[in-house]
Design a protein around this ligand. Structure first.
Ligand code: RNT
Ligand code: ZN
Length: 418
C-alpha cells in the first residue's frame, strides 16, 4: 500500500521536475548530530553537584526516567537511534566523560575519559561531536569564563577548550569523520555593564589562545556559537552575533546558528546565504524557542522548513553540520529525541522535494504570480508518501508506529528509575 502511494508520488513530483529518488539519497547521506544532553537535562557525569545556575539556560519539567549514568544514557540513545531513520552522530559535552566516579578538573580532561564513548560510537557506526562545558562550575559561578577579568580564571577555561579540541581531534581520527567542537560560553550580565569593550577584547584574545594549536581538519573542526541573551544575562552577552560573526570570518571558523539565539521575529533562514559568503561553513543548532531561548522540541514548522529550504536551495548541505539543541524535561526524553530528529529530517526532505528549478524559472521570467502559486501548491504534494518510503527502506518505524516502542521502554525501563 505504501509502495503504491510512493509510485504515484513519484509521478506527481516528476511532473514538476523533481526527483524523489535523489532526495531520498541525499536524506540518507545527511547525518544529524543528536545532543546527548536531552537525555538528562544537561546534567552530565561529574560528581561536583554543580547546577546550571548562572549559565542562562534551563531545562524545565520533571518527567520521570531521566538517565542517571553513562550506561542509562547510552541505553536511551540506543532506543532513540533505532527509531530514527539513517545513520547519525552524537554530540557530547565535556561533562559527559567517563570519569569513573573520580573528580577530574575540566582543564585536565583527556581522550582517555572519552575512549568508552569512542568505542560505543564505533560499534554503531556513529560520528561524535563535542563541546567544552564552560558552565555548571565554581569558576563560572559569577557568569564569566573566557572573558573573565581575572586572568587565572580565563586561563582555566582556555585550558579546558584546548583539552576539548584535542579530545575532539582524537574522536574524529578514531571514527573517520571530523568532530565539530563547538564553543559556547554563558558570559554576560543581568544589568547594564559600564564596559562592553573590555570583555569582548578579552574573549577574542582568549579564543585565539584556545585555538592556537593547529588540528587536521580531516579530524577536527572548530565552531563558535553566539547568543542574544540568557536568564541572568539579559543586558549584556559578550559573545553576541556580531562578535562571533566577525570572529568566524577573520579566523575562518564554522559559525554556529542556534535557532533560539535571535530575536523571535528574526529569520535564521535568511542569514544562511549571507554568512556563507564569508565563513567556511555552518553548524546548526536546530531548536525551537517559544517566546525566549526555551529549547522546545523541534517541530515540522515554518522556521525550520525555511532554514532547510535555504540550505538546500543554495547547495549548502556540504558546508552545513546539522546538530540539535533543545532540552525538554516535561515529556518522555527519548521521545523528545526521536520527534525532534524525525521532524528535522522531514524539514530537510520537504526542502529536497521542492520544485526549485521551476520556481527559479518563474522568478527569472518575472512571473511572481506563478512563483507564489507554485510555492503554495507545493505544500500539498504527497510528501508523506516519500517520507514513509524512507522509513520503510531504512527499516525504521513509520509515523504513528514508533511511539508504542517508547511507551514500552518507559514501562519496562524508564519508570523503574527512581
Ligand atoms: C546555550 C547554547 C548551547 C547549549 C549547549 C548545552 O544557550 O545553545 O549550545 O544549549 O551547549
Ligand atoms: Zn545551542
Amino acid at each position: 500500500m505504501h509502495h503504491h502511494s510512493y509510485q504515484s508520488a513519484l509521478e506527481d513530483y516528476a511532473a514538476l521536475g523533481v526527483d524523489p529518488e535523489g532526495a531520498l539519497a541525499t536524506l540518507a547521506a545527511t547525518p544529524i548530530s543528536l545532543h546527548c544532553w536531552q537525555g538528562d537535562d544537561v546534567g552530565g557525569f561529574e560528581s561536583t553537584g554543580a547546577t546550571l545556575d548562572g549559565a542562562g539556560i534551563q531545562a524545565t519539567g520533571n518527567y520521570p526516567g531521566k538517565a542517571r549514568s553513562i550506561d542509562e544514557l547510552r541505553a536511551d540513545l540506543d532506543v532513540a537511534l533505532r527509531l530514527i531513520p539513517g545513520r547519525h552522530r552524537v554530540n557530547l559535552h565535556a561533562i559527559y566523560g567517563d570519569f569513573g566516579g573520580r573528580q577530574v578538573e575540566r582543564c585536565a580532561i583527556g581522550p582517555e575519559h572519552f575512549s568508552s564513548w569512542i568505542d560505543w560510537a564505533r560499534a554503531r557506526g556513529l560520528g561524535l561531536d563535542f563541546n567544552p562545558t564552560c558552565f555548571a562550575h565554581s569558576l563560572a559561578a559569577d557568569g564569566f569564563t573566557l572573558s573573565h577579568r581575572d586572568p587565572a580564571v580565563r586561563q582555566y577555561w582556555i585550558e579546558h577548550v584546548i583539552a576539548c579540541r584535542r579530545i575532539g581531534a582524537v574522536m574524529g581520527r578514531a571514527l573517520g569523520s571530523p568532530t565539530v567542537t563547538n564553543v559556547w560560553i554563558p558570559d554576560g550580565c543581568k544589568d547594564l555593564p559600564a564596559d562592553r569593550h573590555g570583555p569582548r577584547e578579552r574573549l577574542a584574545t582568549a579564543l585565539d589562545a584556545a585555538f592556537r594549536e593547529l588540528l587536521d581538519p580531516a579530524h577536527h573542526l572548530d565552531a563558535v556559537e553566539s547568543k542574544l541573551f540568557g536568564i541572568g544575562s539579559e543586558s549584556f552577552v559578550v559573545g553576541s552575533h556580531e562578535f562571533y560573526l566577525g570572529y568566524a570570518i577573520t579566523r575562518q571558523k564554522l559559525l554556529c546558528l542556534d535557532m533560539g539565539h535571535f530575536h523571535p521575529t528574526e529569520s535564521v533562514a535568511d542569514k544562511v546565504s549571507s554568512v556563507l559568503q564569508f565563513v567556511p561553513g555552518l553548524l546548526l543548532h536546530v531548536s525551537r524557542g517559544v517566546r525566549w531561548d526555551s529549547d522546545h522540541v523541534v517541530l515540522f514548522d515554518d522556521p525550520t522548513r525555511s532554514l532547510f529550504e535555504e540550505i538546500v536551495r543554495g547547495g549548502h548541505l556540504p558546508r552545513t553540520h546539522i546538530g540539535l539543541d533543545y532540552f525538554d524535561a516535561s515529556i518522555n526524553r527519548v521521545a523528545a529525541w526521536v520527534l525532534g530528529t524525525r521532524n528535522t529530517q522531514k524539514c530537510l526532505l520537504v526542502a529536497l522535494l521542492e520544485p526549485t528549478t521551476q520556481l527559479r524559472a518563474l522568478e527569472a521570467s518575472g512571473d511572481h504570480t506563478g512563483r507564489l502559486a507554485l510555492l503554495e501548491e507545493s505544500k500539498t504534494l504527497p510528501f508523506g508518501a516519500v517520507w514513509d518510503e524512507h522509513c520503510q527502506r531504512t527499516n525504521t518505524p513509520s509515523d504513528r508506529s514508533w511511539l508504542p516502542e517508547i511507551q514500552r521502554y518507559e514501562r519496562e525501563v524508564l519508570s523503574l528509575r527512581r
